[in-house]
Design a binder for this molecule. Structure first.
Ligand code: PLP
Ligand code: COI
Length: 339
């Protein structure tokens, strides 16, 4: 194992030894290559640089008490990258290439998979970009698929503790029939100013509203939103929302724990009725939200305790983490062991 202070890691980039790459050229994918360089050399007229032909993924691998490395639901990330690529007219790596590249990147860097009980994990970042010279607005003819990894700590500094959020009343993250449902860089660029302004005002994140009517909850920063009341897990359903693999897993666990699950529009006025709420995603798993301020009305919505996550959120969080670290049986077949 590398000599890293695992427990003080933040959610950031740490150099590892290798990454893997694959080129799509002349109508086919080449061999998977291993690189020890952190740099990419691409044509300055690449479509990823000018026209946003870019998609990425984010998933994690965990070291268990038994020393085994488990990667979580990587086939779902492969499928989502295909969906992202199709929408922005890129050629996607097939599922088999994607999973092979992910496993290889983990295996090559296995000394960077944090020890069990450090609270850290290995974040895996698959990236797909359109490359090669292009001047007109049209899909690239060549693509580069890269998978690199980085050991990471928790996304939010406070860890599994409630955070304060603000309702975003000015900016939109994604257009109603745009690209919100796929994982492309442009969505993150569109959301950056909002997050920046939220941070400046002392909030951990901003909650986006539907961009058409500004009536319904959309995304919760770079995560899906969920609210809980009356033993019911409620999460918004809209084309502008990224289908979160964490959220899908939490819905499965919620049903399993006896909760009712609803996927539907959540009007802003409903926020005040939730007993618990949070954002969910690979990086944070669950980030409980206890205060949501609407700066346009001055209303402050208090959800649960400001100091501790609610009981259902805690149960769901613990159960998902237990499966990911191999402490609980993998009943739904979510883990793949990297050998
Ligand atoms: N929504 C957005 C905008 C995201 O960036 C992410 C993170 O990937 C999520 C939701 C959560 O998705 P997942 O649980 O698959 O990581
Ligand atoms: C997530 O994994 O939940 C994220 O949103 C990751 C982020 C760094 C894009």
């Amino acid at each position: 194992m590398k000599n890293i202070e695992w427990s003080s890691l933040e959610f950031g980039y740490t150099r590892t030894d290798y990454n893997v790459r694959c080129h799509y050229k002349d109508g086919k994918w080449g061999e998977l290559e291993v690189s020890d360089s952190e740099m990419l050399t691409i044509h300055m007229s690449s479509t990823c640089l000018h026209y946003g032909q870019e998609a990425f993924e984010g998933l994690k691998a965990f070291r268990g008490k038994d020393g085994k490395i488990r990667v979580f639901r990587r086939v779902e990330n492969a499928k989502r990258m295909i969906s992202s690529a199709n929408h922005v007219m890129m050629i996607a790596p097939p599922v088999e290439l994607f999973t092979r590249a992910v496993d290889k990147a983990i295996k090559l860097n296995e000394e960077y998979v944090p020890p069990y009980d450090s609270g850290a994990s290995l974040y895996i970042r698959p990236l797909l970009i359109g490359v090669g010279p292009r001047m007109g607005v049209a899909p690239a003819k060549e693509y580069l698929f890269v998978v690199f990894v980085s050991p990471v700590g928790p996304y939010f500094k406070a860890g599994f503790k409630p955070v304060k959020a603000m309702l975003e009343r000015v900016y939109d993250r994604a257009a109603p029939n745009g690209t919100g449902h796929i994982k492309v860089g442009g969505n993150y660029a569109a959301g950056m100013l909002s997050t920046h302004e939220a941070h400046e005002r002392g909030y951990a994140l901003s909650i986006f509203l539907d961009s058409k009517e500004k009536k319904y909850i959309d995304e919760c920063g770079p995560a899906n939103f969920f609210g809980i009341k009356n033993n019911t897990y409620i999460t918004p359903s809209a084309r502008t929302i990224l289908p979160s693999i964490t959220n899908d897993s939490l819905m499965t666990l919620a049903r399993h724990l006896g909760m009712t699950v609803e996927r539907r529009k959540i009007p802003v006025e409903e926020l005040a009725t939730f007993e618990e709420a949070g954002g969910c995603g690979t990086a944070a798993v669950i980030s409980p939200v206890s205060i949501i301020d609407d700066l346009s009305t001055g209303q402050s919505i208090i959800i649960g305790s400001p100091d501790t996550a609610g009981p259902w959120s805690t149960r769901l969080y613990n159960q998902l983490r237990a499966i990911q670290y191999g402490d609980a049986p993998d009943e739904f077949g979510w883990n793949s062991i990297v050998e």
